[in-house]
Design a protein. Sequence first.
Length: 55
Amino acid sequence: MLRVDNLNAWYDRSHVLQGVSLQVNKGEIVTLMGRNGAGKNHPTLINGSTIQASR
């Protein structure tokens, strides 16, 4: 299971993720959708510790 609570992240001066929470259970498939530059890749990068989440 993957669980994220109240995730916030900044990219330069842009607050790209604001209070994102989600839970993915075993066997579930999740797709993040949004326009270009909306921050869809940030949860993956933060979960993989490529970048650090903000508090």
